[in-house]
Ligand binder design. Sequence first.
Ligand SMILES: Cc1cc2nc3c(=O)[nH]c(=O)nc-3n(C[C@H](O)[C@H](O)[C@H](O)COP(=O)(O)OP(=O)(O)OC[C@H]3O[C@@H](n4cnc5c(N)ncnc54)[C@H](O)[C@@H]3O)c2cc1C
Length: 381
Amino acid sequence: MTLPTRDVTVLGAGAAGLAVAARLKANGVDCVVLERGPGVATSWRGRYDRLRLHTIRSLSGLPGFPIPREYGRWVRRDDLVRYLEAYAERFALDVRTGTTVERVKPGADGWSLRLGDGSEQSARTLIVATGYLHTPVVPQWPGLQTWTGTLIHSASYRNAEPFRGQDVLVVGPGNSGAEIATDLAEGGAAAVSLAIRTPPHIVRRETAGWPAQLNGLLLGRLPERAFNTMAATMARVEMPDLRPYGIARPAEGLMTRLRTRRYVPLQDVGIVRDVVSGRVRPVAAVQGFTATSVLLADGTSIQPDAVIAATGYGTGLGELFDDPSLFDDTGVPLVHGGAPARPGLFFMGYDVTLGGMLRQLALESRRVARSVSLTGHTQGD
Ligand SMILES: Cc1cc2nc3c(=O)[nH]c(=O)nc-3n(C[C@H](O)[C@H](O)[C@H](O)COP(=O)(O)OP(=O)(O)OC[C@H]3O[C@@H](n4cnc5c(N)ncnc54)[C@H](O)[C@@H]3O)c2cc1C
């Protein structure tokens, strides 16, 4: 079944999709938002229970309607979901939930979308906002298929309850991995290890009330070398030396890692305390598995009951589009955040900055909406 052509279609009712839909509306352009989940903010609904934003409320809201003050400085997961629901209502956005787009191709009339129910739909202008952190990635470690213990990706972790009394290995010292390790240690796991391949840059979430996000925003304008030196100096001053506990100092500067690998620093919400107290034990990188052991890069092995792979995400865009020339080798669109990648095709929500993704995608939503409004993909073109 082929459905009628729509002028502007947005893919994804996360923060990015909602923000751009609201901006378009403000510019007099109506759009429909297609969302595979049962409601807006599907990604946030599925994240772990203790999660709070690590960016401050006032710098995490979307255009035209800030996050309410009563949600506090560090907004809880459920409050962010509530806010995004209220945002969609406030601007009366046309969100079609339970609608998965499986494939996108250039069509006679713009872009042709194949939906999960097998129907087809066209869009003269398509804005893809399906999330930078879209598809959980678990490395194909040698021997993994023989492993008899539990293995989940951090995207499936909710709380420590299922791991009470267990020996758990968390793989990857990013923000999710470190916070999940702390959650497990507080929530009754018998032992918690954290496997580290690349030593993390660790920053305090705030120092004397001054949030790390603001440092990132203000100092992020410095030349790379100066920023790297400043970040390393600050880390030495405000963080204990974790080398005696098995966490080396990062060899590469923070800004260099951000530029080359879209890396954001680890914000300490308990991991430093837990490593120093021995509640979380850093171990070497994972190299492989046997039926009952995890083999580590330093030649040792451990026998956890469960492994939680906080090993990141892919964009999933390669599965949506036939055309690999749209993306770099990590699956991120080569053109995103404002200009069209192809006539009538926009990507947003793929810019990783020290100022926070929510703040960034709010800025992008204005640029994309302006670009769409200017290219005039409206009815009757
Ligand atoms: C644990 C964690 C903590 C974070 N904390 C912060 C923070 O403190 N501050 C911050 O700024 N950022 C944070 N982020 C980054 C965060 O992901 C972004 O800020 C923001 O949620 C991204 O919004 P988005 O709309 O681009 O993507 P998403 O929120 O992922 O939304 C994408 C939407 O698209 C839908 N979708 C995907 N594919 C399809 C399809 N094929 N068809 C239809 N619908 C589809 C999804 O269901 C989803 O609703 C965090 C991320 C994680 C994982």
